[in-house]
Every structure is written in structure tokens, then in C-alpha cells.
Design a protein around this ligand. Structure first.
Ligand code: FAD
Length: 590
């Protein structure tokens, strides 16, 4: 697409006026025309009407909705044009941007301050040009990784509109005899893999989701991801964890455990790598994972070059260390910082917390900050809290239970992260906790937040406040707890386990070997308790807290099983006695 006449004249007028030292840059070239690049470009124009801003984009489209691609494949977004949020013409009209698609930046001459670009015309002819710049922005994003597995060349990936077109075509034609595909293997059960699996399932394919980690959505802790795997399986998606693909045949995938699964098509969604060959060739500083190293103002090791988005290294909010976080809102925010910095405004990118959400067959799964696993791996002493409240007042019709987990630092109470899974209301709670992390709140502070409440929308004691209340009890030492994964070791060390739910609940399913004494009978049956340290458990942790407080005041050494039977059985349910538990009780039940 050639630039419009008006853009060209604006560009040439500006480029004729050479930069004066100290004045804002006159010629700005941006490599990559989607999230970070286009945020920078449009902000730059809003700040400076006279700069010549050129955006070069290798692909056919700019400013497209990457995050919508799986839903287009699944038919949820029916019209392809709905993915295309802007065109070069619309960007020229509103922002006087010189946007060049099918134009790849191939080399940077930092001494001459030029970028070599190669444009491919519709008929395939190419033309090269050197674009001079006063400020250069690198926003080239990331490339999907392809594991080095025999047959992997037939795997598809999902990064841009062309990939979505190819996948939609494969769905329609990759079956035997050129008909619709019947089966698919999705390799990688991260956020994009899970979305892709859901959407291929929606298109009627028999989908196998293969994940090397021991659970789907590996950034979440296992007990929080377990309901997602359960939902996928319930819907008929074959979920295989702890294995990967060893080899791809023409219509099957052989897994590392020897199983062969049908695969008319294969999608690889095992992660991305910063697309920074250009930056590396230009001698810019990159880290060991290939990300472009930037300062707080997004400036690279060359003061005339800025970078943002998936290609750039972020600063992690939890530990202040370099982080690779590939998220759309981070790319957009940092693109804006780039523009401000170029224009000499005070600009500093806020550290990235890593807040993400995925929808899976009617379930929301979301997280912010660090998981328990990650915090422990970093050597932190952590306190975790699980609650299973309803998304709104339980007496108001339609209330549904969610599971939330808070991870805080023992001692300080600093919030390290949170995760949630449930049919609704998870997004709001994770967003609130993300804001709390940004604001430097401590876990008990969550109990004091004022969240909007009326029965259809929340609870007088909101799920976030419940996390704060429990965290306060645990952090202050009022009620010691233990986590589901610590139970076996504690029992092996001699602790007795008392299930304080009703006999009916106990009969529906319980942790093997638990003694059942309902909380309401506990005072009268203290003599029936085993000697030594005790663990109390209930359905979600609340009655356990009541029981633990009672027993502590009777001089017993006791810990409450955090999150109760519901959290424990999410992962250990296969060993539970009795059928799977029913829906979680509403807020207030324990
Ligand atoms: P991109 O948006 O990838 O844009 C980079 C552009 O640069 C590309 O178009 C590329 O062609 C171009 N380019 C690269 N090299 C050159 C070159 N040398 N010359 C010219 N052009 C070049 N994030 C979320 O927060 N929520 C979601 O729900 C979500 N869902 C996603 C679903 C999918 C399928 C995918 C692929 C991503 C999703 N993401 C999501 C991640 C999000 O899309 C990215 O974090 C974001 O797009 C990164 O923005 P960016 O500008 O760095 O890179």
C-alpha cells in the first residue's frame, strides 16, 4: 500500500526540516504496526502534529486484533474484517501516518540513522529503500516457537491474520479426501493453546490438548488449573499432561508416552520468542532470551532507538528483575511510554505485574503476579489463602461459586499474586488484586477495600475482602493453616485429621482416613479427638477456621486445611472417598 498524497506531502515537508539539537525528532520510523507500534504512532501524532511518522509492517495488515484470532477460527467472530481494526488509509486519514504494509525492515545503520526496508508489491516484485530517522521505534513482537520434532513442519501457529486464515482453511480442508478436518492436536496448554483448543472443539473437531507440564495453564498453580482441565475433559477435549509430541505423522501425532492420537491438523502453541534478529544484527543490547534491553523510558542501548511490546524486556513488578511478559495491554501501555519519551515528556514504564485471563468453555481462569510455585521457587516464604465464594450474594438468583487464591509473603504480608477460576466474577476480583499489587497494598488491606455492592453484583463481604480477612488471620498467627500439598507430609508426621462437615457432606466425599466430627458437635466431643497435633478440614475452609479457633483455645495444636476439601479434591480428588463433591457452597458456608 503506498502512502496517500496527503501523508507524503506531510512527510516530505517535515523531513526537509532537519532536526535541531534539543528539538523533538522530526523523522520517526516505527517497525511493527500492531499493538506497541501503533500505540506509539498514534500517541506521537497526538503529541506532535508536524513529525513525519512512518510505520513499516511486514505483514498484510496493521492494527489487527491478535487476541481475537482464536475466536475467528472458532466462528465466534464471524466476519474476518472485524479483526482488522484499522487500515493504512484510515490511519493516514486520522493520524497522517505513513503506514506501509508488506514492508519489512531488514537492517539498521545506526551510524547513518537509516533503516533499510524492503517492500513486496502485490505481484511479488520487491523494492528497497533506506528510511532516515531521528528516532526509531522497534515493536516487532514475537515469533511462535516450533519444537524441533520430526514432522513439525506441518504444524500451524497462530500469530497473525494470515495464520488464522491458514488455520481456518485447514479446518475446512485438512480432513481425509480434502474435506473438513476431524481431529486436531494442540501442542501447549498455555493461554493461547487452551483458547485454540476450545475454538477447534467449537468447530466440531476431536481435539487433543498436549502439555508437557503436569497441568494445563502452567502459569497457574495445579489446584487452580484443575477445574479448567476438568471442564475441557467434560466437553470431550482429550487433555494429556506430562507428555509432549515425539513425532508428527501425516494424520497422527505420536506422544512421548508412545500413544498415537489422530491429528488431521496440528497447532503448535508452546510459547513465543522475541522477534529481535534486526535489533541483534544492529548491535543493540539483548538479554539471554533475545529480548531487547530497555531502560524505564523504553530506550534501548542506542539513545536514538526505543523498543516496546513482546520484543522488549520488561521489569517484573514482584521482584524488579527483568521479565518476559507478552501481553497486549503491556504492549499498548509501553508503546505510549515510547511516544512520550521520544517527545521529551517525563515517561517511565510501570513494572509489569503479568495479569492475564482466559475463557474456557464457560469458565474464566485468571491470574495476576506470581503463583505459589513461582514464589517458592524464588525462595520466598509464602502464605497462601484459598476461598470459594459465590460471585454475588448467594440469596440472589444465579449465584455461582468461584475459587480464588492469594499468595502473600510471610512476615510482610506483601501481595505476590492471585489466581481465580469460576464461571463469572473472576475477572473483577483478579483486576482488583492487580490494582492492589500496583498500589503496594498488603494482603490484610484487601479486607478494607470498598467494592461496589448490591445483591446482583457482589457480596457485602466481597470475595476479595474474604481473601484479606483470611490472610489477616493467617499472617497474624490467629489460625495456622496448611496447604493441600502439605497434608500428606503432616499426616505422615503424626497429625490427626478431623473433618468438621456434616455426616451427609462427609458421605458425599472425604479425604481418606479423616475422622468426622461436625463443627457444631465439637465442643461436646473433645474427648473423641486423637492425641497430638490436629488438622481440621471442612468444605471450603470457613468451618475449619471456627473449629481451629475452638480447639486452639482448648490448648490443642491445630491447623486448618486451607480451602478445605474443595481445594484438596481439585487435585487429589481421584483418591477421595465417595463421589465428586457437588457445587461449592455459597459465601458464608464453610
Ligand atoms: P505484535 O502485535 O505481534 O506486532 C508486531 C508486528 O511487527 C507484527 O505484525 C510483525 O509482522 C511486525 N514485524 C516484525 N518484524 C518486522 C520487521 N522487521 N519489519 C516490519 N514489521 C515487522 N494478550 C493479551 O493481553 N490478552 C489476550 O487475550 C491475548 N490473546 C492473544 C491471542 C493470540 C492468538 C496471540 C497471538 C496473542 C495474544 N495476546 C494476548 C498477546 C498480544 O497479542 C501480544 O502481547 C501483543 O500483540 C504484542 O504486541 P507487539 O506490538 O509487541 O507485537
Amino acid at each position: 500500500m503506498s502512502p496517500t498524497a496527503s501523508t507524503l506531502s506531510a512527510a516530505s515537508t517535515v523531513s526537509a526540516a532537519r532536526s535541531v539539537p534539543g528539538a523533538p525528532p522530526r523523522r520517526i520510523v516505527i517497525v511493527g504496526g500492531v499493538a506497541a507500534g501503533m500505540s506509539a504512532a498514534t500517541r506521537l501524532r497526538r503529541l506532535d502534529e508536524s513529525a513525519a511518522i512512518t510505520v513499516v509492517e511486514r505483514g498484510e495488515h496493521v492494527s489487527f486484533a491478535n487476541c481475537g484470532l482464536p475466536y475467528y477460527v472458532g466462528g465466534v467472530i464471524a466476519r474476518r474484517e472485524d479483526l482488522l481494526l484499522q487500515t493504512p488509509a484510515s490511519l493516514a486519514a486520522r493520524f497522517a501516518l505513513d503506514v506501509r504494509v508488506r514492508t519489512e525492515a531488514t537492517a539498521i545503520d545506526r551510524a547513518a540513522r537509516t533503516v533499510r526496508v524492503r517492500t513486496t508489491g502485490p505481484a511479488g516484485a520487491t523494492a528497497e529503500e533506506d528510511l532516515p530517522y531521528d528516532a526509531l521505534v522497534l515493536a516487532p513482537g514475537a515469533r511462535p516457537l516450533l519444537p524441533p520434532i520430526p514432522g513439525m513442519e506441518r504444524a500451524l501457529t497462530l500469530r497473525d491474520v494470515a495464520d488464522a486464515d491458514a488455520l481456518a482453511r485447514a479446518v475446512a480442508t485438512a480432513g481425509p479426501d480434502g474435506g473438513a478436518a476431524r481431529s486436531a492436536v494442540v501442542l501447549g496448554a498455555g493461554f493461547i493453546g487452551v483458547e485454540t483448543a476450545e475454538n477447534l472443539h467449537r468447530r466440531g473437531l476431536a481435539v487433543t490438548l498436549v502439555e508437557l507440564a503436569d497441568h494445563v495453564l502452567p502459569p497457574l498453580d495445579p489446584e487452580m488449573a484443575a477445574p479448567v482441565a476438568a471442564r475441557l475433559r467434560e466437553a470431550g477435549v482429550e487433555v494429556r499432561t506430562g507428555v509432549t509430541v515425539a513425532e508428527l505423522g501425516p494424520r497422527e501425532a505420536v506422544l512421548t508416552d508412545g500413544a498415537a492420537v489422530a491429528a488431521d491438523l496440528v497447532v503448535a502453541a508452546v510459547g513465543v520468542r522475541p522477534d529481535t534478529a534486526l535489533a541483534r544484527a544492529a548491535g543493540l543490547e539483548v538479554d539471554e532470551r533475545g529480548g531487547i534491553v530497555v531502560g524505564p523510558d523504553q530506550r534501548t542501548s542506542d539513545p536514538a532507538i526505543w523498543a516496546a511490546g513482546d520484543a522488549a524486556v520488561k521489569t517484573g513488578a514482584i521482584d524488579g528483575a527483568p521479565a518476559h511478559i507478552a501481553l497486549a495491554q503491556t504492549a499498548n501501555r509501553h508503546g505510549r511510554v515510547v511516544a512520550d519519551s521520544i517527545m521529551g515528556r517525563r515517561a517511565a514504564a510501570a513494572p509489569a505485574i503479568g495479569t492475564a485471563i482466559v475463557g474456557v468453555l464457560g469458565l474464566q481462569a485468571a491470574m495476576t503476579g506470581w503463583s505459589e510455585r513461582r514464589a517458592r521457587a524464588a525462595g520466598l516464604d509464602v502464605v497462601c489463602v484459598h476461598v470459594h465464594p459465590a460471585d454475588h450474594a448467594s440469596y440472589y438468583p444465579g449465584a455461582r461459586a468461584m475459587s480464588l487464591k492469594l499468595v502473600a509473603e510471610a512476615g510482610t504480608g506483601r501481595i505476590l499474586g492471585a489466581q481465580g477460576v469460576g464461571p463469572s466474577g473472576v475477572d473483577k476480583r483478579i483486576d482488583v488484586i492487580s490494582v492492589a499489587i500496583r498500589g503496594g497494598l498488603r494482603a490484610p488491606d484487601l479486607a478494607d477495600l470498598e467494592t461496589a455492592y448490591a445483591p446482583p453484583f457482589g457480596a457485602a463481604k466481597d470475595p476479595v475482602a474474604m481473601l484479606g480477612l483470611v490472610a489477616d488471620n493467617v499472617l497474624s498467627g490467629l489460625t495456622p493453616t496448611l496447604q493441600w500439598h502439605e497434608l500428606d507430609a503432616a499426616r505422615a508426621a503424626g497429625a490427626g485429621l478431623v473433618d468438621v462437615r456434616t455426616p451427609a457432606e462427609y458421605a458425599r466425599g472425604h479425604i481418606p482416613g479423616a475422622l468426622n466430627i461436625p463443627v457444631d458437635q465439637l465442643r461436646g466431643r473433645l474427648d473423641a479427638l486423637p492425641d497430638g497435633p490436629l488438622i481440621v478440614s471442612c468444605q471450603v475452609g470457613l468451618r475449619g477456621h471456627v473449629a481451629a479457633r475452638l480447639l486452639l483455645q482448648h490448648g490443642r495444636e491445630v491447623r486448618n486445611l486451607d480451602g478445605g476439601y474443595r481445594t484438596w479434591s481439585a487435585v487429589r480428588g481421584a483418591g477421595a472417598v465417595g463421589p465428586e463433591p457437588g457445587p461449592a457452597p455459597a459465601a458464608g458456608e464453610g
